[in-house]
Design a protein around this ligand. Structure first.
Ligand code: A3P
Length: 286
């Protein structure tokens, strides 16, 4: 039987963040969300591409880059990332989009439809260093009404990495996708890092083109580069959406303005304990 319940999880100062416990996994309480069972039953098409990322890792950015590279069109059509956000909107919202669709989710592989694995659907996972994710997530949760959060950053970090809030633990998320890749070596998964894209977007876009099996000229890639800069994305015609997600200035290393020395030492220790066997290396500054 399906079980859903609203949960108010306190930070270390007693301020709470509201999530939906959807059969044992915390997600945002999206008003029109299909729930995890609804996501599991989505009909996957053979040429779907899915962008998977922990929140605040650059999902919107990579979604837009991928859309332009895959379609070969710079112009913004009416499809937005929100329209294909699997746990936020009902399947009808994107069921009739012309192929190929670029879906996106912050869920784990086990929450996605079985056909993602059965049909060997292309998955692009986006990773960002966890310190900048934490700062970005804190500011985001304070901004979005569904979370109802008013807390201070000093009280946020510990429960965040204990997995008390929506989408739970960043570390479990990253380790889970690494396990998926190891146990399904023939699943096409491209792992991108936010910091790498910041550092050399042309190089990373060429990787995406190779992965998607499309050929795009350097001239076209330069246009995508211009069109997916922060400044350009702020003026997308989907303004309401972009304003919400681009409130802060995206970057690498902003965490240094937020973490205390003690928090940083605490986090590094936790990272060593939990991620000791993880081969991924994150960049905390450029
Ligand atoms: P900050 O909050 O650090 O500014 P997501 O799309 O997964 O929610 O990630 C949001 C983060 O990506 C935000 O980080 C946002 O500024 C950043 N971002 C979005 N578009 C970007 C772009 N075109 N270039 C660089 N960063 C971008």
């Amino acid at each position: 039987m399906s079980q859903k319940q609203l949960v108010d999880a306190p930070d270390d100062g007693g301020d709470t963040i509201t999530s939906l416990n959807d059969n044992g996994f915390l997600i945002p309480n999206f008003p029109d969300g299909p729930g995890i069972e609804g996501v599991r039953s989505v009909r996957i098409r053979d040429d779907d591409v899915i962008i998977c990322a922990f929140p605040k890792s650059g999902t919107h950015w990579v979604w837009e880059i991928t859309r332009e590279l895959l379609t070969g069109e710079i112009t913004h059509d009416d499809v937005t990332m929100s329209q294909t956000f699997m746990e936020m909107v009902p399947e009808e919202t994107y069921a009739d989009l012309s192929c190929p669709r670029i879906l996106n989710s912050h869920l784990l592989m086990k929450h996605l439809p079985d056909d993602v694995l059965n049909k060997k659907i292309k998955v692009i996972t986006v990773l960002r260093n966890p310190k900048d994710v934490a700062v970005s997530y804190y500011n985001f949760l304070k901004m979005i009404p569904v979370a109802k959060y008013k807390g201070e950053f000093k009280n946020f970090l510990r429960p965040l990495f204990q997995g008390k809030f929506m989408y739970e633990s960043w570390m479990d998320y990253v380790l889970d996708w690494e396990l998926v890749k190891r146990t399904n070596p023939d699943q096409p998964v491209l792992t991108l890092f936010y910091e790498d894209i910041k550092q050399d977007q042309m190089r990373e876009m060429r990787k995406i083109c190779t992965f998607l099996g499309v050929e795009r000229s350097d001239d076209f890639l330069s246009k995508v580069l211009d069109n997916t800069s922060l400044a350009s994305m702020r003026t997308l015609k989907k303004r309401a959406e972009s304003e919400l997600v681009l409130e802060k200035v995206g970057g690498v290393g902003d965490w240094k303005n937020w973490f205390t020395v003690a928090q940083n030492e605490w986090f590094d220790q936790l990272y060593q304990e939990k991620m000791a066997d993880c081969p991924l290396r994150f960049q905390y500054s450029l």
